[in-house]
Each structure stands twice: as structure tokens, then as C-alpha cells.
Write a protein that binds this ligand. Structure first.
Ligand code: FAD
Length: 473
């Protein structure tokens, strides 16, 4: 029997499947679309996702196809440079179109042995005590011990499970597409400068091959957002917002997106779970959705693998919901706030000016950047050292870099004392005896997702913590 069926082969599903495979879990990805989509949604990775790629040995291939940009300007598009000395070895944004991210994640998944079936739509599911049976559009019924819905914002899995998805419908909509224009670059640059003073949902971005990525506010909110806009819709809206349609023609693809904001009531129902857009949707402000999904997968992968492998301590799998749902709730909130700050109304514009002034205080700027890049996340592991619950940044060791030792997705005890032991857990936790000038704690126990589960130097204390995360020794 298959261990885990992942419904949806977008970035979340692919990342999750690869994480499961690192632990030998037999995983099948079902992807509805026969071919990868041509539509490019996300344009980049933030610091925490860049760290995640580094922790799994994928960073070089992302860097080779991406472009580093300075951090800053992400909070509601307010142009302020990022503060110095952010708590990460990767204080930049990696510009990389989503279709390339998806391709790289699919290649990695294939390398680690994930089976991806394209052209397979999940249309039904049922579960019992032992497993979940998926029903596919072609009539086949694969069965697995667990199923994870990574099937996007309109998630079939979420609906079939009857999980509530409360929130607000879209109030504004933006048309987005890639096309050619006859207007010259100077005209376009001038229009970008002028119109974006008040309308931040407008913009023409050169793609380097003569085409442009064009965004423009729609006239209203479409009844069915799955129906793409026409070229005439684009031309009309460009004229209405910028006074010219820039001679736009020859679209590669046209789409629309809104600001509907919703969060799943539960991330788990029995043997079925949700991750990524299937669990949360919000406006693209700040560029966070794909990052959030990848980080959901990073949190869930090792926990579900532990459950499948039989060593998961009680409550470990449920900690996925308790840790990740508040993170998504916070992203929903900050995107709502950013959308308000991007409104052209005088009230929100005044608040925007005020927030912009506040960002001149370094602490405020740092707080907002840590939020958007997700490096400030701290899970609630109870009282303790300030590192507890946070992910540890990459630090230099005598034998290399910390993240370079985490590619296998196992737990890790970084022991600067040389006196500790993980005997009994050595099949799940690596013991690294080394020192780092960048780390002033005697030892730290890291979960496979890099979050700090324990800090200290007392073996008895460590022995109390190990079973909490890694089961019986
Ligand atoms: C305009 C725009 C710009 C964005 N920019 C950014 C950005 O800069 N940064 C960022 O982090 N995020 C951004 N996002 C958000 C990002 O695109 C999404 O959050 C991300 O794609 C979510 O990944 P996912 O894998 O959870 O879902 P999806 O990417 O939606 O993947 C779901 C997959 O499931 C498949 N599927 C659906 N139903 C079924 C079914 N029944 N059976 C089998 N397969 C199914 C679909 O075909 C799809 O491949 C942007 C979004 C938009 C609209």
C-alpha cells in the first residue's frame, strides 16, 4: 500500500512529497493538469524559504536560475531599505518565476524517488481507521495510509472533508498577464512612475525578452475567477487607469487574481491533512503564499513520516495544525493590512504615510521584514531560552556550515561541549560535535525543520526532551 497520497503537484505538494521521501516514505503525487501551467504567479523566494532550500542542498540550483534583490520595499510596497544585520545568512530576496521554482522542485522530487502522476484529478475520497481511498476522475481508486490535500485555493480535498474555510470574499480584482506592447520603454517607465504613485496594483515589468508582465486593476470582481480575462478587458482597463493601452498585443497568458482571504478551520481531519493554498488564501501582497506553502510542507513532512514510520510521539502530527495555522493567520492579517495601505482612498493613504514614517525606526522596519520573510517565526514550545521554538540560522562550524549537515532531513544535536549523547535516537538524530563562533549556547537540539527544540548542556535534561520530538529511544 502507498504510505501517503499527495493531491496536487504545485510547490507545496512537491516539497512535501520530497520531504516524505527523505524518510523512505512511499509517496504518490496526483496532479490534475497534464502539463505544467504557463501562468507565472509567484516571482520569488523570501529568506526563510531560501534557508529551507539551503537546508536540503537545493540552494545552488535556485541561485543559478534566480536573481538576488535587496530586501526592502516588501511591506505594502513602501520603499524603505531593509535594516542591517538581519538574523539570516541569506538577507536578500531571490527573484525566480514560479514556473522555474515548480520545475526545480519537481526535479528534486523525481531525484529522491517521488512518483508524480500528471493528468490525475482527485474527485472523491473516503477514509476509515486504516487509510484513505482517493477516487480519481478516471475511475481508479488508489489507497494510502494518509492523504494530504495540496490542491490549491479551490481545494477539492478540503471541500470533500467538509473543513470550513471562513473569511472574506474578494473586494478587488487585478488583471495579470504576459504580452507584448508597442509603446517604447521610456513611455512605460514614465507611466509606471506616475500611475504607481497612487495605484500600486498597476505596473508593466519587462521580462527581458521583449514581453512585459502587465498588472492592472479590473473594473470589478468577476463571478468566476477561473474564467480568464480577454485582451480587450486588458486594453480597456489600461486605458482607464493609465490613459493608454500601450499598444498591448500578443498575450502569452492572461489571468486574474483577487484579495479573498480565508483560513481552513482545521488542517487535519483523521488521516487527511491540508497544506499550502488548500489551507489558506490571501492577496499576493508581500509575496508570501508560495513561501508559506513550502514552509507548511517543511513542517509537516518529517512529522507525517514519523507517523508512517511508527516512531511519532503522541501529538506530533497534530502539532502541524497548532504550529502552522497561527502562522497562516498572521500572514492573512498582514496581507489584509497591506491591501488597506495600498488603497487609493485618502484615509488609508494617510495611514500609509504614517506607517512609512514609523518604518524609519529600525525596530519597526526589522519587525515587518522578519514577518514577511518568515525568519521571525517562533513556535510555542513553552518557556525557555530565546532560541527555543525559533529556527536556527545557518552558522559556520569547523567542519563546514550547519545547513550543509541537514540535507538528510533528520534531527540534529549541535554539541559544543562534546559531552552529550543521543544514544537510542541515533537513527533519527545526528550528533554533531563541533564549535561555532556564531553560537553562544553549549548545545542545541534541532528538529528536522531546523527549529530549536532544546538548548542546554545537561544530558538528563536532553533525555527528557528527545522523546517529546523523536519518540522512544
Ligand atoms: C498574481 C499572484 C502572484 C503571486 N506572487 C507570489 C509571490 O511573489 N510569492 C509567493 O510566495 N506567493 C505568491 N503567490 C501565491 C502563490 O502562487 C501560491 O500561494 C502558490 O502557488 C501555492 O502553492 P500550492 O502548491 O499550495 O497551490 P497551487 O500552486 O495552486 O498548486 C495546486 C496544484 O493542485 C492541482 N490540483 C487542483 N485540484 C486538484 C485535484 N482535484 N486533483 C489533483 N490535483 C489538483 C493544481 O493543478 C495545481 O497544480 C502569488 C499568487 C498570485 C495569484
Amino acid at each position: 500500500m502507498i504510505d501517503v497520497i499527495v493531491a496536487g503537484g504545485g510547490p507545496t505538494g512537491l516539497m512535501l512529497a520530497s520531504e516524505l521521501r527523505l524518510h523512505g516514505v512511499h509517496v504518490l503525487v496526483l496532479e490534475r493538469d497534464a502539463e505544467p501551467t504557463r501562468i507565472v504567479r509567484s516571482l520569488g523566494l523570501h529568506a526563510r524559504s531560501i534557508e529551507v532550500m539551503d537546508q536540503r542542498g537545493l540552494l545552488e540550483r535556485f541561485l543559478a536560475l534566480g536573481q538576488k534583490y535587496p530586501l526592502g520595499g516588501f511591506f505594502a510596497g513602501i520603499r524603505k531599505p531593509a535594516p542591517e544585520r538581519l538574523d539570516t545568512a541569506h538577507p536578500y530576496t531571490l527573484g525566480i518565476p514560479q514556473n522555474i521554482t515548480d520545475r526545480l522542485l519537481a526535479e528534486h522530487a523525481a531525484e529522491v524517488g517521488v512518483e508524480i502522476r500528471r493528468g490525475c484529478e482527485l474527485v472523491g475520497l473516503s477514509q476509515d481507521e486504516d487509510g484513505v481511498t482517493a477516487e480519481l476522475a478516471d475511475g481508479t481508486q488508489p489507497r494510502a495510509r494518509y492523504l494530504v490535500g495540496c490542491d490549491g485555493g479551490r481545494s477539492t480535498v478540503r471541500k470533500l472533508l467538509g473543513i470550513g474555510f471562513p473569511g472574506e470574499p474578494a473586494t478587488v480584482e487585478t488583471l495579470l498577464g504576459e504580452m507584448r506592447v508597442t509603446a517604447n520603454p521610456a513611455t512605460i517607465a514614465a507611466a509606471n512612475e506616475e500611475v504607481r504613485k497612487t495605484q500600486l496594483r498597476f505596473g508593466l515589468m519587462p521580462l527581458g525578452d521583449g514581453a512585459y508582465r502587465v498588472g492592472v486593476p479590473a473594473a470589478g470582481v468577476a463571478e468566476d475567477r477561473a474564467v480568464p480575462p480577454t485582451m480587450e478587458d486588458f486594453q480597456r482597463q489600461l486605458r482607464a487607469v493609465a490613459g493608454t493601452d500601450f499598444g498591448a498585443h500578443s498575450p502569452r497568458w492572461l489571468s486574474r487574481f483577487g484579495n479573498s482571504t480565508r483560513l481552513a478551520d482545521h488542517y487535519r481531519a483523521g488521516r487527511a491533512l491540508l497544506a499550502g493554498d488548500a489551507a489558506h488564501i490571501h492577496s499576493p501582497a508581500g509575496g508570501q503564499g508560495l513561501n508559506l506553502g513550502i514552509q507548511d510542507a517543511f513542517n509537516l513532512g518529517w512529522k507525517l513520516a514519523a507517523e508512517v514510520s511508527g516512531w511519532a510521539p503522541a501529538g506530533l502530527l497534530d502539532s502541524y495544525h497548532t504550529e502552522r495555522r497561527p502562522v497562516a493567520a498572521d500572514v492573512l492579517d498582514n496581507t489584509r493590512a497591506m491591501m488597506e495601505l495600498m488603497s487609493v482612498e485618502p484615509g488609508p493613504q494617510s495611514v500609509r504615510r504614517l506607517v512609512s514614517e514609523l518604518m524609519d525606526f529600525e525596530d519597526v522596519n526589522r519587525y515587518l521584514i522578519e514577518k514577511i520573510t518568515a525568519i521571525g517565526i517562533r513556535y510555542d514550545f513553552g518557556e525557555g531560552h530565546e532560541l527555543l521554538g525559533r529556527r536556527l540560522r545557518d552558522v559556520g562550524l569547523k567542519q563546514g556550515r550547519l545547513y550543509g549537515l541537514m540535507h538528510g532531513g533528520r534531527g540534529l544535536l549541535l554539541d559544543q561541549t562534546g559531552r552529550l549523547s543521543v544514544a537510542g535516537w541515533a537513527d533519527r538524530v545526528d550528533h554533531v560535535v563541533d564549535v561555532s563562533e556564531e553560537l553562544d549556547v553549549p548545545a542545541a537540539l534541532l528538529r528536522p525543520d531546523g527549529h530549536v527544540a532544546w538548548v542546554g548542556e545537561d544530558q538528563q535534561d536532553l533525555l527528557r526532551q528527545l522523546p517529546k520530538w523523536f519518540g522512544r529511544g
